[in-house]
Design a protein around this ligand. Structure first.
Ligand SMILES: [Zn+2]
Length: 80
């Protein structure tokens, strides 16, 4: 379905949440903090506005996100 937001869309909130966390791990400058269901296309997009996603917030608080970022950077550097 087309959407004027031009944002990447996800079929369900679980996929969008996974993409949100992936984006935060892979792209240092990424500022997406949550997912929302679009009124226009009915699918899910990422957003940098509003309250932070619970899972993401938890990952930041526990340091899990930083661990994932380190792992990702290591893989990028050394392969594997
Ligand atoms: Zn949309």
């Amino acid at each position: 379905m087309s959407c004027s937001s031009k944002k990447k869309s996800y079929y369900d909130p679980e996929s969008a949440e996974r993409a949100l966390i992936e984006a935060r791990i892979r792209f240092a400058g990424n500022n997406a903090i949550n997912v929302y269901q679009c009124l226009e296309c009915g699918e899910w997009h990422l957003t940098s506005k509003g309250v932070m996603n619970e899972r993401l917030s938890e990952m930041i608080q526990t340091g899990e996100l930083n661990e994932e970022i380190k792992k990702y950077e290591w893989r990028e550097k050394y392969g594997g």
